[in-house]
Design a protein around this ligand. Structure first.
Ligand code: UD1
Ligand code: M6R
Length: 363
C-alpha cells in the first residue's frame, strides 16, 4: 500500500525516520554507570572476539549494498584499526581474489538473495573465512548461510531502487564499527559522540526530507541535461557513487560519481559551463580540500550545485554563483546519511526502472 505516495520509492524515502529508528531499536544503549553508552548487536556478540583478531575485514556486495559498505569503511577502519578491503561480488569471483581463513568477510545485501553475492559467500566459505551477513530479509539465503550477522530491520523494500535499505545498512555498519571498537579506551569519547549522533539521526533525516520542494525545483532544472557529475571524497565518496547510481537508475540520465581527489587525473577535462556538477562539501576532515576543488571547478566555469552543512554557503562558494543546498550538521561519519537524500529526493520516482529487477537471483 503506497498510502499518500505516488510510488513506493517515494514512500520508502519518507519512511526513513521510522526505518532508521527500527534499525537501531534495542541495539543502542544509553545509560548504565561505567560504560554509559554502547552498542549491542545480538547476532554478533559471540563473534566479536574473532572479528577483532582477524587480519582483514572484506566487505562484499553489489550496487547500492556495495556503496553502503564503502560509506561505512572509514569509520570501521578508524574504530577497529583493522584494514578494510572492498569487493564487488562479481569482480571478486572473476579474479578468484585471495580470501584467507584469517579474514572476516561481510556480505551486504538487502534481499539476501543476489546471485553474485551468494556465490561470493560460497567462495569465502570454501576458503575458510568467517562469514558475516548484513541483510534485510530474515530467512534469505545469505542470512541462512553466513556464520552470523545482523538484520537491518528496515522493513520490506519494494521499489527497485534501494533507498531506506541503504541508510539502514550504513547505520548497521557504523554500529558494527562501534561494537568492534568497544574495548578501546582511547576512542571512547568518539564512540559516544557517534552514538549520540545516531540517536539524533531520525530527526535530522526528517529535517532533510523537508527539502523535498527545493529538490523538486532542482530536478526540473536538470531534467533536460545529458549528464551529471557528482564529486565527493572521504565519507562522501560513497554518496557520490550512490547518488550517481540513483540518477542513472531512476532518472535514466548518464551520471558519474567521482572521487574528488581524482579530479585532476582526467575528469577535469569534462568541465565547462554546460555540464552540471554536484559537489558534496559537508563539514569533515576533507572540507578544506573540497573548498579548493570547488574553486578549481569554478575557475573552469563549472555549473556547480554544492551540498554543504548549514551556515557554510559563503565558505563553500565565495563567488556566490553556485546553487547551494544545505543539510544539518551531524557527526562526520553519519553525514553521508543526510547528503545522500539530496541526490535522490526527486528523480522520476519510478518503482520499476527500465531493464532492472529488484533482485538478481540468477546469472
Ligand atoms: C533477535 C531477533 C529479534 C528479537 C531480538 C531480541 C530474529 C530474526 N531476530 O534480534 O526478533 O527481537 O533478537 O533479542 O529472530 N544472522 C546471520 N546472518 C545474517 C543476519 C543475521 O547469521 O545475515 C543471524 C545472527 O547471527 C543471529 C540471528 O541471525 O543469530 C538474528 O540476527 P538479528 O535479527 O540481527 O539479531 P537480534 O538483533 O539479536
Ligand atoms: O539485494 P541486494 O542488496 O543484494 O541488491 C544489490 C543490487 O542489485 C541493488 O542494490 C541495486 O544496485 C539497486 N537496484 C540500486 O538501487
Amino acid at each position: 500500500n503506497k498510502g499518500k505516495y505516488e510510488h513506493y520509492m517515494q514512500k520508502e524515502i519518507h519512511e526513513q525516520p521510522e526505518s532508521l529508528t527500527t534499525t537501531m531499536r534495542g541495539r543502542l544503549i544509553r545509560g548504565g554507570s561505567c560504560k554509559s553508552k554502547s552498542v549491542l548487536l545480538g547476532g554478533l556478540k559471540d563473534h566479536l572476539k574473532i572479528i577483532r583478531r582477524s587480519r582483514r575485514i572484506v566487505f562484499i556486495g553489489c550496487g547500492t549494498s556495495y556503496n553502503a559498505a564503502l560509506a561505512a569503511r572509514p569509520i570501521l577502519e578508524e574504530l577497529s584499526g583493522i584494514p578494510v578491503a572492498m569487493e564487488i561480488a562479481s569482480d571478486l569471483l572473476d579474479r578468484q581474489g585471495p580470501i584467507y581463513r584469517e579474514d572476516t568477510t561481510v556480505f551486504v545485501s538487502q534481499s539476501g538473495e543476489t546471485a553474485d553475492t551468494l556465490r561470493a559467500l560460497e567462495y569465502a566459505l570454501e576458503n575458510g573465512a568467517l562469514c558475516v551477513g548484513i541483510t534485510n530479509t530474515v530467512g534469505s539465503a545469505i542470512a541462512r548461510n553466513t556464520h552470523c550477522g545482523v538484520h537491518i530491520n528496515a522493513g520490506c523494500e519494494i521499489g527497485v531502487a534501494s533507498t531506506k535499505a541503504y541508510t539502514s545498512q550504513i547505520v548497521v555498519m557504523a554500529m558494527l564499527a562501534l561494537a568492534i571498537g568497544d574495548d578501546t579506551i582511547s576512542s571512547q569519547a568518539r564512540r559516544e559522540a557517534i552514538i549520540d549522533g545516531l540517536f539524533d539521526l531520525p530527526s535530522k533525516v526528517k529535517e532533510v526530507l523537508k527539502l523535498d520542494q527545493e529538490m523538486n525545483d532542482l530536478a526540473k532544472l536538470l531534467i533536460a541535461e545529458q549528464s551529471l557529475l557528482v564529486f565527493g571524497r572521504g565519507y562522501n565518496y560513497a554518496t557520490a557513487l550512490e547518488g550517481a547510481l540513483k540518477v542513472k537508475e531512476v532518472a535514466l540520465m548518464h551520471s558519474e560519481g567521482i572521487l574528488a581527489g581524482e579530479m585532476k587525473h582526467g575528469p577535469l577535462a569534462l568541465v565547462d559551463e554546460n555540464l552540471p556538477i554536484v559537489v558534496v562539501a559537508t563539514r569533515d576532515a576533507c572540507f578544506s580540500k573540497q573548498q579548493s576543488v570547488i574553486q578549481q571547478l569554478h575557475a573552469r566555469k563549472g555549473r556547480l550545485i554544492v551540498m554543504c552543512t548549514k551556515g557554510d554557503a559563503a565558505s563553500v562558494c565565495v563567488s556566490g554563483s553556485c546553487r547551494i543546498i544545505e543539510v544539518p550538521q551531524v557527526e562526520d561519519c553519519l553525514q553521508p546519511l543526510l547528503a545522500y537524500h539530496l541526490t535522490v529526493l526527486r528523480g522520476h520516482n519510478v518503482d520499476q526502472p527500465r531493464n532492472l529487477a529488484k533482485s538478481y537471483t540468477s546469472k
